[in-house]
Design a protein around this ligand. Structure first.
Ligand SMILES: Cc1ncc(COP(=O)(O)O)c(C=O)c1O
Length: 394
C-alpha cells in the first residue's frame, strides 16, 4: 500500500478515535523512523515514552527471535519462568518495600489493579487524585484522571468516590486525604498534563498524609520510570517510596506489558482469583522486558538520560526568545516540556515539515520524550530548529 491507500483503508475500516499525523512508518533504526517512501524522520516522541532503546536495538531483536522460537504464551495457570525472573530483576532495582510484582498488559491496567488492591488492602473505597492528571482510559483509571477532556461523555460510568486536589498544593492534600481514603494516586511528574514537576514538599507531604491517615500512596510511574527522568524511577527525585508503583511503557520496549509493584505484605490482599489477566506476564513479553532492563543498566542509560537532559535543557534555555514564543521550559532527564501556548501546534507542524517528530500535550506544551539512546547531534538538530522557529515567530 502507498500512504493514500493506508489512509483510505484506515478511514473505512478503523474507529476514528485518533487524530493521526499524515504519515505512516515502515521501519526504524536508533532514534530515526522511515516512512513508506523511505524518508528519514528524527523521532523525539519514542512511541510516547515507550521506545527507550530506540528502534531495532539488537538486544530486543535478538531476544524476540530467541523467545519466539521457545515459548510465547502459556497463561497464568502455570508457573512462568521468565515472569519470575523479571519480577526478581525488578525487585533488585527497587527498595525492599516494593519487592513483589503483578504483570498486566498496559499502564491503564496496572492502575486498575492498583485501585482494586488499595480497596482490598484498606477496606476503604474512596480515592484522592490530582487535577490535570492522566492515568489511562479504562473506567477505573479514567476515574482517577483529573481532566475533563478525557472524562467528558463518560461521566455516569466513572467510579464515584474520587476527590481531586490541585497538583502541588500541600494544604489540599492535608484536607482531602482522610480516614476514608484507600489511596492517594499521583504521577511523580505529570506527563500528559504538560510535564508538570511538583515540589519536593508536595511529594513529601503526600507520603506523610498517607502514613498519618492509613491510606496507600500509589505512584503512577507509567511514563516516568526506567531512566526517563534521569533516575531509574522518578520517586527517587523526592526521597520518598510509594506503597504501590505502577509501570508500563518503556518496560516492554514496544511490546505490551504493565506491572504493579508493592510490598509482599500489601500484595497479600490479592488471593487467587482476586485479580488476573490471560496475557499478563507471558513468557515472550517478560523475556523481552528482561532484556530491556538489562540493556538500560548495561548501557548506563539512566545516568546518560540525566546528563543528556541537563545538556539539552541548557541548550534550549539559551535560545534567544525575544518574541516570547517560549513561555517556559521544564523537565527532568529526557522528559522535557516547552510551553508555547498556541505556537506549540505551529512548531509541531514546522518540525514535521523538517522531518522531526514532536508531540504536543496539554494544549500548548511541546513534549520531548526521545529514545534514551538519542545522539547529541539529534538533540542539537532540534535546538537549531527551535532557534529558527522562535526567531521567525511574531
Ligand atoms: C502516567 C500515565 N499513566 C497511565 C497511562 C496509560 O497507559 P496505557 O496507555 O499503556 O494504558 C499513561 C499513558 O500515557 C500515562 O502517561
Amino acid at each position: 500500500m502507498n500512504f493514500e491507500q493506508v489512509k483510505k483503508t484506515t478511514e473505512s475500516f478503523l474507529f476514528q478515535n485518533y487524530s493521526r499525523e499524515e504519515i505512516c512508518f515502515q521501519r526504524g533504526h536508533r532514534e530515526f523512523l522511515y516512512d513508506l517512501d523511505g524518508n528519514e524522520f528524527l523521532d523525539l516522541v519514542a512511541g510516547i515514552a515507550v521506545n527507550a532503546l530506540g528502534y531495532c536495538h539488537p538486544a530486543i531483536v535478538d531476544e524476540v527471535c530467541l523467545q519466539a522460537k521457545k515459548l510465547v504464551h502459556v497463561s497464568n495457570l502455570y508457573h512462568v519462568m521468565e515472569q519470575a525472573e523479571l519480577a526478581e530483576m525488578l525487585s533488585s532495582m527497587t527498595p525492599s518495600s516494593l519487592n513483589v510484582s503483578l504483570f498486566v498488559n498496559s499502564g491503564t491496567e496496572a492502575n486498575e489493579a492498583a485501585l482494586k488492591l488499595a480497596v482490598k488492602h484498606t477496606g476503604r473505597s474512596r480515592f484522592v487524585a490530582a487535577k490535570n492528571s492522566f492515568h489511562g482510559r479504562t473506567v477505573g483509571s479514567l476515574s482517577a484522571t483529573g481532566q475533563l477532556k478525557y472524562r467528558s461523555g463518560f461521566e455516569p460510568l466513572i467510579i464515584p468516590g474520587f476527590d481531586f486536589v490541585e497538583y502541588d498544593n500541600c494544604e489540599h492534600l492535608k484536607t482531602a486525604v482522610n480516614s476514608e481514603t484507600a489511596a492517594l494516586v499521583l504521577e511523580p511528574i505529570q506527563g500528559e498534563g504538560g510535564i508538570v514537576i511538583p515540589s519536593l514538599e508536595f511529594m513529601k507531604t503526600a507520603r506523610d498524609v498517607c502514613d498519618e491517615r492509613g491510606a496507600l500512596l500509589i505512584l503512577d510511574e507509567v511514563q516516568t520510570a526506567f531512566g526517563r527522568t534521569g533516575k531509574m524511577f522518578a520517586f527517587e527525585h523526592y526521597g520518598i517510596v510509594p506503597d504501590v508503583m505502577t509501570l508500563a511503557k518503556a518496560l516492554g520496549g514496544g511490546f505490551p506489558i504493565g506491572a504493579l509493584m508493592t510490598s509482599s505484605d500489601i500484595s497479600k490482599a490479592f488471593s487467587p482469583g482476586s485479580h488476573g489477566s490471560t496475557f499478563g506476564g507471558n513468557p515472550f513479553v517478560c523475556a523481552i522486558a528482561k532484556s530491556v532492563l538489562s540493556t538500560i543498566v548495561a548501557e548506563g542509560l539512566v545516568a546518560r538520560s540525566a546528563e543528556m537532559g541537563r545538556m539539552w535543557m541548557s541548550q534550549l534555555l539559551s535560545i534567544p526568545n525575544e518574541n516570547g514564543a517560549v513561555r517556559g521550559i521544564r523537565g527532568k532527564g529526557l522528559m522535557i516540556g516547552i510551553e508555547m501556548g498556541d505556537e506549540a501546534k505551529r512548531l509541531q507542524k514546522y518540525a514535521f515539515q523538517n522531518r522531526v517528530l514532536v508531540n504536543v500535550c496539554a494544549g500548548g506544551v511541546v513534549r520531548l520524550l526521545p529514545p534514551l539512546i538519542i545522539g547529541q547531534s539529534s538533540m542539537k538538530r532540534f535546538s537549531d530548529l527551535l532557534t529558527l522557529f522562535v526567531s521567525t515567530s511574531s
